[in-house]
Ligand binder design. Structure first.
Ligand code: HEM
Length: 314
């Protein structure tokens, strides 16, 4: 599947599911969004997407911006040399943790380490014996679930005693703990933990790679630097950021989109059909794998003139 139309058909089709192999599903958990398909996926997605819509993001923005300012002050300023990908990994993980429930500190660093071990488990042979990477990844998952369980207990106590800090009142953990399904029941602990873990890993990896590649393209195209990150309006406080600022930063948005076009962190993947499908006269049986690929569109001169050129003005 290589055209924009084909990719939409695969990615927006509830009759296709993530093809996760059993060992990957075991690492993310059976209640994580990527382990669900069909109606169940639609429902889970509905619960979770409201924590990332415009209203939710505008509530988190200040905290995430403070995380960015602190990160640059602590890890970039005054340094002679920084390794961009290491730094964007650390920043993206700090930002996503801040948005979910955790501040920077020793616990977050340990969480980052366990997430790295878990991620390595996705790429390896699923041999669950001591000494093997998959065994270590499952142990890391156990540590993560216990840690998230303790954070949830603590936050529940704070909610009951009305002691939740201003920042924690708007984070994803408080939102998930107080949200209800369509029958008015609270979301299960297993659902909350599996999806906090999925967001921590899914949200930080792709963001980090895009940020690192943006730094690369800005370094290669110094003229881009002049306007990159500039907010509209004179006299703006550089330490604050609002949704209006973000919408006004059109050039910054173009630079990020152009980086995503040339270096998509997920250039393609497979989805499995959960029912028989008909597409453009082809019959696709249930259980088949469909491959989507955004790179075939991004590098096609039919859609992007001179496709290999980095040009944020397109
Ligand atoms: C530039 C940054 C990002 C890129 C390029 C990106 C890319 C993608 C792509 C291509 C998929 C589809 C994979 C598929 O359906 O097979 C996906 C799914 C997903 N992403 Fe991201 N992502 C980014 C940031 C994030 C962030 C910040 C979060 C979390 C806060 C996140 C969480 C997820 C989740 C949970 C899914 C699964 C969605 C579902 O099953 O319906 N991603 N991402």
């Amino acid at each position: 599947m290589v055209s924009p139309e084909d990719n939409k058909f695969v990615l927006l089709n509830e009759a296709t599911s993530h093809h996760e192999l059993f060992h990957v599903a075991a690492l993310f958990g059976r209640e994580s969004l990527v382990a669900h398909s069909g109606e169940q996926h639609k429902l889970s997605r509905r619960y979770l997407s409201k924590f990332f819509d415009h209203t939710a993001v505008s509530r988190y923005l200040d905290g995430v911006n403070r995380t960015a300012v602190r990160h640059f002050t602590n890890h970039w300023q005054g340094e002679e040399k920084v390794v961009a990908l290491d730094m964007t990994d650390l920043y993206s993980f700090s930002a996503i943790c801040r948005l979910l429930c955790l501040k920077e500190g020793p616990l977050m660093n340990e969480y980052l380490m366990k997430c790295c071990i878990l991620e390595e488990g996705i790429q390896c042979l699923p041999i669950n014996l001591p000494g093997f990477q998959y065994y270590k990844a499952l142990k890391a998952r156990k540590w993560i679930l216990e840690m998230l369980g303790r954070l949830m207990e603590q936050r529940r106590r704070e909610i009951v005693e009305d002691h939740v800090s201003e920042a924690a009142k708007v984070d994803v953990l408080t939102s998930l703990l107080t949200a209800t399904d369509e029958k008015g029941n609270l979301l299960s602990d297993e659902f909350i933990k599996d999806n906090l873990l999925l967001f921590s890993l899914g949200g930080s990896g792709a963001t980090s790679r895009v940020l690192a590649m943006t730094i690369y393209y800005i370094a290669k195209n110094p003229h881009v630097y002049t306007d990159f990150g500039r907010k509209r309006g004179a006299g703006k406080d550089e330490d604050t950021l609002t949704m209006e600022d973000i919408y006004a930063m059109k050039y910054t948005s173009n630079v990020l989109k152009e980086t995503l076009r040339l270096q998509p962190p997920n250039p393609g993947d497979f989805r499995r059909t959960v029912t028989d499908l008909d597409y453009k006269g082809y019959f696709i049986p249930k259980g088949w794998l469909l491959m989507w690929s955004n790179q075939d569109t991004h590098f096609n001169p039919k859609y992007f003139k001179d496709p290999l050129k980095f040009d944020p003005s397109r």
